[in-house]
Structures are given as structure tokens and as C-alpha cells.
Design a protein around this ligand. Sequence first.
Ligand code: HEM
Length: 442
Amino acid sequence: MYRSLRLLIIGSLVLLLATLIFGLIASWAFLYPETYNKILPFYQLRPFHVSSALFWIISGATASLLYYKKGAIEPTSKWNAIAEATFIYLWLLSIIAIFTCYGLKIFGGREYWEFPPILCIPMLLSWIALFLAYFSQLIRKAGEKPMYVWMWSTGVLFFLITFIEQNLWQIPWFRYTYLREITVQWKANGSMVGAWNQMIYGTSLFLMVKISGDERIAKGKIVFFFYMLGLTNLMFNWGHHIYNVPGASWIRDTSYIISMTEWVFLIRMIQGFKSKLDERKKFRHLIAYRFIIAAEFWVFMNLLLAIAMSIPAINRYTHGTHITVAHAMGTTIGINSMILLASYTYMLDIDSTKVGIRRMLGGCYWLAQYSLMAFWLSLVVAGVIKAYGATIMEMTNFQEIMKPVLPAIKAFSLCGIGLLCSLSVIAVTYIRYAATFDIKKK
Ligand code: HEM
């Protein structure tokens, strides 16, 4: 189990590196298709990049959960350990198979999961192994469970449900009408994000408890209320993904109101943590703490964008522009990746390493934040220009629409270099530490 868990931690960080490299090359392929179409075209680079990003997040979330649950829900039987190792090996092998298919230009599947659907079978089996390992261990643990255990459990359960739901298109009835298929697809995609957010926010809550030393953060009625709010979001906020599909307006209204509440959950959680943390402890866990604070900042920024995008009248203009891409990358980099880096910083005890290394990581941290800000803003600007051309100016020629957008895309690509340099130094440093740290500790 320990060997496989180390492999999952290192594998997830390698996926982060792959995300950054493929992302940057994809932006060049988008800007200079004449050159890149001959070597690595955008249609091939995009699935490489997006799949690496999703797998980095899901693998990082499960690695954190498997590592931290050791302390939270003992005991682990030999059977659990075998099931967990089965999950890890099957999961990683499936990812290797998926990238091999992309490399050979063998595609299939649907948006974000563009590999031959047969590969969903090992992925599903691996998740079932994780599900059995996790819940069989959980039910043996008596007594009140802290909120992070509830959140991890919700994430593991709902990922399984939404993964199956996302593959329903393989049953001919769901493909029978285009609208039915797209509605189910986007509903499942929206809820799946909610599922991995539960695992990641659970880890963030666990870290706050450990760093502050205050178990009350994860217990009590108010925390439970906020958890229920998060769960309601997971189940019902997907409606804003299908605004453009003809459907009942009450579904839009309900999902709009619900999607505005999810962010309140995380903000409240982090603020509760900050208010309890004394200066000394803040200093000691500086890098882990900084990543959590960064996630809080990006929650605020993405909240502003999400509020705007979820208003149906605005969504009509922004849909299919780079504003959607800004929303997707702003949340996966700014919130999910920052919390996962906080988790690995704590797990690998980076805050106790040599001053020189901490200084270097601190520099990379700031470079990442500033680059991400400029990166995100250029995408928003690109989206506004495109929306203006396509809807207000009613342009129909794609080349014409994209002409004024290109300078913003060039700025985005340039900022991507800053993001790549900073986050890859952090990822490589963490890989080095992950290869040797005492995984049995904690
Ligand atoms: C941890 C880092 C990153 C994560 C988690 C991430 C995540 C994502 C996600 C989820 C998408 C899909 C967006 C959508 O369909 O709306 C995407 C698209 C994309 N990303 Fe990233 N990304 C990262 C870094 C980068 C970097 C450094 C670049 C370099 C400029 C980049 C360039 C792109 C491009 C060109 C697309 C395709 C946009 C399109 O289809 O129009 N990404 N990324």
C-alpha cells in the first residue's frame, strides 16, 4: 500500500507537469496552426492537456484522502490495503493507456474524456476498488465523524455515481436525441466537479484542523449546515451548464440560486480557520498556509466571474467564449491546484525544509500568483472581445471574430510561461521529496 501510495503522489505531480507543458504547447498550436498542424495539432494537444489536468486533480485528491485518512479512520486491514493498491495501479495504468491512445490519435468518448470508451471499464473498476476499501473501513469506525470524513465520503460516492452517469451516452436511448445526450452529459460533468470538490475541500478542512490544532472547526451544527449546502450544490447546481439547452425555466432559476451558495461554504470555512490561527502557527506552516490563502483569493475572483456567468442573460453572450475557459482554468488552477499543493506541502513537511528551498518555493509561489492573475485576465478579455464580435456585432466569419481576440490570446500564452516555470519548479521539488519522505509517519 505504501509503495503504491507513493507512486500515486509522484504520478499526480508528473500529471501536473504534463498539464503545464501540454497547455503551453497547445496555446502555441492554437496561435500558429500552420506550424503545429504538421507536428502536434491543437486537436491532439487539447485532450492531452485537459485529461492531464483532470487526472492531476482527481489523483491528487485521492492521494491526499488515502494518506490523511490513515490518521482519521483507522484501522486498516490487509484487505483494505490490497483494495487501495488495486485502485492505484488500475487508475495509473488506465491513464497511461489513455495517453497512449491520444499519442496514436485514437480518440472517442465525449468532452474532457476524449479517449476510447472501453478505457472507462478499468477506470470504473479502479474506483469501485477505492469505494469498497474506503467504505468498508469507514463503517468499522464508531462514533461521530468529523466533517472532512463526511466530505471525503461524499466525494468518493458521488464520483462513482457521476462517472456512471457520464457514460450513459453509451446506451443508445440516451444518444437517440442530441438534446437528451447533451443534457445528461453536461449535467454529469457539472456534478462530477462537485464530487471532486468535496474530496478537495474535505482535505482543505482536514489541513486547517491540523495546522490550527482546533478540532472544533470540523464539528458542530453550523459546519454541518454548510456541508449540506455543498451537497445541495453538488446535486443541483449543474443547471447553469445547460442554460442553452431548451428546458423548463424553473430548473434554471433553481440552479442559479443554488450555484451562488457553494462559494459561501468555502469562504466561511477558510475564514473560520484564519480567525483561529495564532501568528506563531501561521509562521510555522507558512507555505501550506499561503496555498490555502491563495485558494481563498481565487474563490473570490472566480465567484465574481461565476455570478456573472450564471445570469442567463449574460451566459447567452459568454457561452463558448474564453470566459468559460477562464472559469474552468481559474477554478482548476486557482482553487483545486492550490489546495492540492497545500496538501502536499503539509504531507511532505516542506515547511521544515532548508531555508534556501523554502525561499525558492516562496518566490515560485508569488510568480505563480501574478502569472495566474494576468493569465486569467487575458482569457476574460479574449472572451469579452469574442462575445462582442459574435453577438453584438453579429459577425459570422470565425477568422473575422478571432482577429481582434488574438493579441489577448498571445498575452495569455506569455503568462502561461510564468505559470509553467513557477509551478513546475514546485512540482519537481515535491517529486524529489515525495520519493524519499517517511510515508508511514502521521
Ligand atoms: C495546473 C495548470 C492548469 C490546469 C489545471 C488547466 C486546466 C484546463 C482546463 C480544465 C481546460 C478546459 C477548459 C474548457 O474546456 O473550458 C484547459 C484548457 C486549456 N488550457 Fe489549461 N490548465 C492549466 C495550465 C495551462 C497553461 C500553463 C496553459 C498555457 C498557456 C494552458 C493552456 C490551455 C489551453 C490553450 C486550453 C484550451 C482552450 C480552448 O479550448 O479554447 N493551460 N485547461
